[in-house]
Design a protein around this ligand. Structure first.
Ligand SMILES: NC(=O)c1ccc[n+]([C@@H]2O[C@H](COP(=O)([O-])OP(=O)(O)OC[C@H]3O[C@@H](n4cnc5c(N)ncnc54)[C@H](O)[C@@H]3O)[C@@H](O)[C@H]2O)c1
Length: 431
């Protein structure tokens, strides 16, 4: 099948490469000249495991072709995935992409939206199509991949959801995914392919992310309570998660969730509710709890620093919004670093993957964790990267200067070991 993919970010590039691996002829369009130049040179603009190798393979085999404009990518495509950036307030950019696609696609083609959109977007697109004479069909196919596992989760999705009212769209998407279903069936892990109403598919994506966000917002507030009452949040979460109705995922307390999805998708649900005159008390609480937490963190850290009399440089480990990704979009670690730098602190940071061009001026990026800690009186651990837990604690003591205050927002270390090494170790959620 000839398939077009618009947008070559985490979702678009992973989708394009996955479709190419399934034997389809894929034409991927990317508007950013910088990203397109990288892709054309066989270099992935996103840091995801396996994606660089898959990109080079697809380019060599000719199963992936790159384009700078939608028209050439969409030309004669039977199916076109839209995977462009979206924002919570409006979907005009996505509908503009779709408008060009409608003009170029052949009759009978299907537009499948993968970007996360507000409920009602498919209906708007259908209206847009009806204004033309083109028999083009619409589906919403939510993407559930996790960054850090993007390509792997495209290859082995937990479910394939197709929200559509059109039989043609059902057939075309089934044809596109048939090789994936077959491959996974042979491996004994065939995902369910679910056909549903467009609005159900749209809301299923937003609801999934809101539920994940809700767990984090709640566990973060319980972590604060543990800090005041002598509990240990990991013990609490571990025990609660043993209930099969609850489960243990997304119960890891931290500095507040970030990234390009969870914060935006919660707000998107809130805006969607308000637009139809509904109150969204629980939804708003999830969003506000997190925003408030992120807002308060820099001043809490300043206060802690003053309490122990730490002066001079502050080291930071972890910048991306979570471990194993280079993505700094809406990263709590990055916003904290930015706010502390604006307050005049001298910061020396380490992150194995994050792209450094987004760092605020005056913040020093170091090549390894101990270099970042050298000469600092305070260290902030803000990303849950297990590689950091392997740092030699004695060497850390030697690198830092008194009072050697460590604030670990993700509890990578054993408090007893840190105290025995002479470090003033404080962990979020441990009283
Ligand atoms: N990142 C995730 O983990 C994830 C998971 C599920 C869903 N989503 C959703 O998927 C969508 C894309 O997310 P992402 O993380 O891949 O974003 P991204 O910013 O990494 O990628 C989007 C890409 O689209 C390109 N683009 C924008 N407008 C374009 C246009 N008119 N023509 C061609 N290219 C264009 C951008 O330059 C960018 O490279 C969003 O709606 C997001 O909410 C993301």
């Amino acid at each position: 099948m000839k398939i077009a993919v618009i947008g070559a970010g985490y979702v678009g590039l992973s989708t394009a490469l996955n479709m190419a691996e399934l034997g389809h002829e894929v034409h991927c369009c990317e508007v950013s000249e910088e990203r397109l130049a990288l892709l054309t040179a066989g270099r992935s603009p996103i840091g995801e495991p396996g994606i660089q190798e898959a990109l080079q393979r697809a380019l060599q085999e000719g199963s992936l072709q790159l384009h700078g404009d939608i028209r050439s990518a969409a030309h004669e495509s039977e199916l076109l995935f839209i995977a462009v950036t979206t924002v919570e307030q409006y979907n005009a950019p996505l509908l503009a992409v779709a408008q060009v696609a409608i003009e170029v696609l052949p009759a009978g083609a299907v537009i499948a939206i993968k970007s996360t959109v507000p409920p009602g977007t498919c209906a708007l697109l259908q209206k847009q199509i009806r204004k033309t004479d083109k028999p083009v069909y619409v589906a919403f196919c939510p993407e559930f991949l996790r960054q850090g596992h993007a390509l792997e989760e495209c290859r082995r999705p937990s479910r394939i959801v197709v929200g559509t009212e059109d039989e043609v769209a059902r057939e075309v998407l089934h044809k596109a995914y048939a090789p994936l279903l077959e491959r996974n069936r042979s491996a004994g892990c065939e995902p369910p392919m679910i056909f549903c109403r467009p609005s159900s598919a749209e809301l299923s994506k937003l609801t999934s992310n809101l539920l994940l966000a809700a767990r984090i917002s709640i566990i973060n507030e319980v972590a604060d309570l543990c800090g005041r009452t002598g509990g240990d949040i990991d013990e609490v979460a571990g025990i609660a998660g043993m209930d099969a109705r609850i489960g243990s995922d997304y119960l890891r307390a931290g500095p507040g969730f970030g990234g390009s999805c969870l914060p935006k998708d919660g707000r998107m649900l809130s805006v969607a509710s308000a637009e139809v005159g509904l109150q969204s008390i629980a939804i708003d609480a999830v969003v506000h709890s997190n925003e408030d937490r992120i807002e308060r963190l820099p001043s809490q850290l300043q206060q802690l620093r003053a309490e122990v009399g730490a002066t001079g440089a502050v080291a930071v480990w972890g910048l991306s919004f979570k471990a194993d990704t280079d993505d700094l979009r809406h990263s709590t670690a990055l916003s904290t670093v930015t706010r502390l730098a604006e307050a005049g602190l001298s910061l020396q940071v380490y992150d194995a993957l994050a792209r450094h061009e987004l760092l605020p001026a005056g913040v020093r990026r170091e090549k390894d964790p101990l270099s970042a800690a050298r000469g600092a009186s305070m260290l902030l651990v803000l990303t849950d990267s297990q590689a950091l837990a392997a740092v030699d604690v004695q060497a850390l003591h030697e690198a830092m200067v008194a009072p050697r205050l460590i604030y670990d927002a993700v509890r990578l270390f054993d408090g007893a070991v840190m105290h025995a090494a002479g470090l003033d170790y404080r962990a979020l959620g441990r009283g």
